[in-house]
Design a protein around this ligand. Structure first.
Ligand SMILES: CC(=O)N[C@H](C=O)[C@@H](O)[C@H](O)[C@H](O)COP(=O)(O)O
Length: 227
């Protein structure tokens, strides 16, 4: 799906909400995630991030805002939209932006990040968000043609510590590198103050998932505080 430069620019300084339920969870139903996404839009989300082909399709029908789609396959190594096949499926399901593993690790299909991005651009109108885990990833991904870079994999790819909240140090370092593409803060942003801090550290936009859309985790935070 085509996202115009003006529509991308409209996300500057805004909140993007990620709605994902994990395998085996009660809410892991595309219609449910689309309803959660639509609720987030009412609250002010300027874009939505969802996982899975059906979730992308249902969410596209449920909201007017841009949809970032991904397809998780597995849960370790390169698992966020790991191959060109996954990426094209997400694009063809209607995602305006395809989020994919943007690290420098080897990909399961043997293609480079650049080749994968080129294929998405050649065979769809979707933009590509590279989910990165370090400054080096972000520099490499921008060079490889990514349209946006995110800090999604900071703390999950082995290059950065898993900080308690967002990895603001990494955000600031990527921002200071002056990439030519938007920098999206994502990962462990659990409070409005942390979202604000991510923008202040130089993010273009901020993705919040768990703290808005994962009731089991949020409930656990409250439960833990009472014990
Ligand atoms: C590392 C990984 O698999 N991240 C996934 C990427 O889509 C999701 O599980 C996260 O919920 C998402 O990045 C938002 O982050 P948080 O839920 O921390 O606000």
């Amino acid at each position: 799906m085509l996202l115009t430069p003006a529509e991308l620019e409209a996300l500057r300084g805004r909140l993007i909400v990620s709605a994902q339920a994990y395998p085996g969870e009660p809410m892991r139903t595309p219609t449910t995630m689309a309803q959660v996404a639509a609720s987030a839009v009412i609250g002010g989300a300027a874009a939505i991030r969802v996982q899975g082909i059906a979730d992308v399709q249902f969410t596209r029908s449920a909201v007017e805002v841009p949809v970032i789609g991904l397809w998780k396959d597995g849960h370790e190594g390169v698992f966020i939209t790991p191959t060109a096949r996954h990426a094209l499926a997400v694009a063809h399901a209607g995602a305006h932006i395809v989020a994919l593993d943007g690290t420098r690790r080897a990909r399961p299909d043997g293609l480079s990040l650049q080749q994968t991005i080129e294929l998405v651009h050649a065979e769809s109108h979707a933009l590509v968000m590279a989910d990165c885990g370090s400054l080096e990833d972000a520099l490499n991904a921008a060079e490889a043609g990514a349209d946006l870079v995110g800090t999604t994999l900071a703390g999950y790819s082995g290059e950065r510590p898993k900080t308690e909240g967002p990895d603001l140090e990494l955000l600031a370092a990527i921002a200071a590198a002056g990439l030519s593409v938007p920098l999206v803060a994502e990962g462990r942003i659990h409070t409005p103050a942390q979202a604000r801090a991510a923008l202040d550290a130089g993010a273009f936009a901020v993705v919040v998932g768990t703290a808005i859309t994962h009731p089991a985790t949020i409930t656990g935070w409250f439960d833990a505080a009472l014990r």
